[in-house]
Design a protein. Structure first.
Length: 219
C-alpha cells in the first residue's frame, strides 16, 4: 500500500484533521451545543439552496445512478465503488436499526426535549428516528473516496473529497443529523473504500475490466 499512501497522503491528512476537529468539538461541548453553534450558519439563501440540493448526492435513491455512470466509464472502478457502497451501507443500516435505533435526530430533540428554536431550511423534510450514523454521509464518502483514491490528478482528488465533505455536512446544516452522526458515517465509508481499494486495485484484480463498458462489449 506504499503507492496508495504516497498518492493520497494529503487527502488522508486533511480527512484526519477533519476527524480530529470534529472529535474535539463533540467531546468538549457535546452534540447539542455543537449543533446550536453550527445552526447559526443557516439562513443565507445561497448556502441554504446549496446544501439543500447538494444533500441529494448522498441519497440512496441517487447513488445507484452514480454507480451506473461510473461503471460505464470504467467497469473495474464501478465494481470497486459498488462493493464499497453496499458494504458500507449494510454496516450503517445494521447500526442504525439494531444498535442505535433509539437515537433521535435534532428536530425531535430540540422540539420535545431541549425546546430551543432552530433555523430550518425545509422543516417539512425533517426525520425523527434512526439518527446514528448518517446514511448520507456513509454513502457519500463510500462513493467519492473511491473516486478520490482511483484518480491520478490532485485537483480531481480534491474535488471529490470536497463533494464528500460538503454532502456529509449538509446533513448537519439541514438539521437531519448531529455532527457525530456524519463523522462516524464518513469513517465507515472511508474505511470501506480503503479496504476494497486494497482488494480490487492494489491487488490488480479484474484487470480485464479496467476499461469502459463500451470497450468491453467490443472486445
Amino acid at each position: 500500500m506504499k503507492h496508495f499512501f504516497k498518492n493520497n497522503w494529503y487527502i488522508l491528512t486533511m480527512y484526519l484533521l477533519c476527524l480530529c476537529f470534529s472529535a474535539y468539538f463533540i467531546l468538549s461541548y457535546g452534540k447539542i451545543a455543537v449543533h446550536i453553534y453550527l445552526n447559526q450558519l443557516v439562513g443565507n439563501s445561497v448556502t441554504d439552496s446549496f446544501f439543500y440540493y447538494l444533500t441529494y448526492l448522498g441519497d440512496g435513491r441517487i447513488m445507484p445512478f452514480l454507480i451506473i455512470i461510473i461503471l460505464l466509464y470504467n467497469v473495474r472502478l464501478g465494481i470497486y465503488t459498488a462493493v464499497t457502497f453496499f458494504c458500507a451501507i449494510i454496516i450503517t443500516t445494521i447500526l442504525k436499526n439494531y444498535f442505535y435505533d433509539e437515537v433521535m435526530r435534532p428536530f425531535h430533540v430540540f422540539q420535545w426535549t431541549v425546546h430551543t428554536p432552530l433555523n430550518y431550511v425545509n422543516k417539512d423534510d425533517l426525520y425523527i428516528h434512526n439518527s446514528f450514523p448518517s446514511g448520507h454521509a456513509t454513502q457519500a464518502f463510500a462513493i467519492f473516496m473511491c473516486l478520490v483514491f482511483y484518480s491520478k490528478r490532485a485537483e480531481v482528488k480534491l474535488l471529490f473529497f470536497a463533494l464528500a465533505l460538503f454532502t456529509a455536512f449538509s446533513r448537519v446544516y439541514l438539521s437531519q443529523h448531529w455532527l457525530v452522526d456524519i463523522t462516524v458515517g464518513s469513517l465507515i465509508g472511508t474505511l470501506c473504500s480503503i479496504l476494497f481499494y486494497y482488494v480490487f486495485i492494489e491487488k490488480n484484480a479484474l484487470l480485464n475490466f479496467n476499461k469502459s463498458f463500451l470497450k468491453i462489449n467490443k472486445s
